[in-house]
Design a protein around this ligand. Structure first.
Ligand SMILES: Cc1ncc(COP(=O)(O)O)c(C=O)c1O
Length: 353
């Protein structure tokens, strides 16, 4: 019997299921590869990397670009292997025995797991029946629990709705502890709170290349915060935690980010079109979304998921014990043709044909 760390076996695992779907709309990825011009430049750049060297130059080149874009000092930027690594390290930095971390529920399922892994006490804060966050009550919970870290995902995954920037600011100014704002889907919303980092030294904004910039496979994310916050969080990373290839790819993607604007606009338009069509189906509740996915609720959600799987369409169904998400499933926005096919399949199922 191997002597694993205490409680490891009881630790929940990420419950996303990955299969080889024909239409893959389960993970909020970009359904398209890189724009051809961007892909060409990325491939050329990859031909010039020094495989024998640790990734210093590539790391700082991307940091400097991001810092310039947001008009912050490079010391205010940290990169991670996906925003996942950043979020995990932030939980680690503010976690530990006796520390509490408050996060909304339902939200990104990994917050609960990262809190456990950081040996902190996770304090889930329930969203209301429309999945809205009661800002005053959230602030009260954070303050009264004496939390070391409060987390908000904006727009929220998997519900799709968003707080206004005024609401985000209200939270930042009303709590003393660290405040992580996870903006994984913000490009589809268009209202980032990064500028508030200059005013609120407790605010940390996490962003990713995985969604709007179609780089999920490279695993690159970043965070913006006050320099002394990044210095402390930086202590939790291993040296050279990002590989040269991913950094070089992200560097080009970031330089060419304007090339992604039409795709982001298309995803937003398709999200609206899909939402409007789904709303017309009897018995299907469609939650408003500011992201690249749509959350729906219907009585036979589990059966619908199976039916879609039989057509090799992968959506994200939430297990019956995922708090607040009973009978919900999440559909990422695909291409217009994919969305048409997904909609036709849902309609067929709902109308019993
Ligand atoms: C809300 C949210 N935050 C963070 C992530 C992590 O993304 P990545 O590690 O690819 O940057 C995801 C991924 O689905 C997400 O939904």
């Amino acid at each position: 019997m191997l002597n694993y760390r205490k409680d490891l076996d009881a630790m929940p695992s990420y419950d996303g299921v990955e299969k080889d779907y024909r239409i893959k709309v389960n993970a909020n990825e970009s359904t398209l590869g890189l724009p051809p011009l961007v892909e060409e430049r990325v491939l050329n750049r990859l031909g010039c990397v020094s495989f024998n060297r640790y990734p210093n130059e590539e790391y700082y080149s991307l940091v400097e670009q991001i810092a310039r874009n947001f008009s912050v000092a490079p010391e205010q930027v940290l990169l991670g292997s996906g925003s996942s690594e950043i979020i995990e390290k932030i939980f680690h930095a503010f976690g530990g025995a006796g520390h509490k971390i408050v996060y909304p529920q339902p939200s990104f399922s990994m917050y609960k797991i990262y809190a456990k892994a950081a040996e902190a006490e996770g304090v889930p804060f329930d969203l209301d029946e429309k999945f809205d966050l009661d800002v005053d009550a959230f602030i009260k919970t954070v303050r009264e629990s004496g939390a070391s870290l409060a987390v908000v995902c904006n727009p929220n995954n998997p519900t799709g709705n968003a707080l206004t920037l005024a609401q985000v600011e209200e939270i930042a100014k009303s709590i003393d502890c660290a405040f992580l704002l996870d903006e994984a889907y913000v490009e589809f919303y268009g209202r980032s709170a990064f500028a508030l980092v200059k005013t609120y030294p407790n605010l940390i904004v996490a962003r990713t290349f995985s969604k709007a910039y179609g780089l999920a496979g490279a695993r690159v994310g970043y965070m913006l915060a006050a320099a002394d916050v990044t210095r402390m969080i930086g202590k939790t990373f291993m040296p050279y935690h990002l590989n040269t290839l991913s950094l070089a790819a992200a560097d080009i993607v970031y330089q060419m980010r304007d090339e992604f604007v039409p795709r982001i606009q298309m995803a937003v338009a398709e999200r609206q079109r899909l939402s409007e069509r789904l709303k017309k189906l009897a018995g299907v509740e469609v939650f408003p979304s500011q992201t690249n996915f749509v959350l729906i609720r219907l009585e036979r959600a589990a059966e619908l998921t199976e039916y879609l799987e039989s057509l090799e369409i992968g959506v994200r169904f939430f297990s019956p014990n995922a708090a607040g998400l009973k009978n919900c499933l999440r559909i990422s926005v695909g291409t217009r043709m994919e969305n048409d096919e997904v909609f036709a399949a849902v309609k067929n199922f709902v109308e019993g044909r």
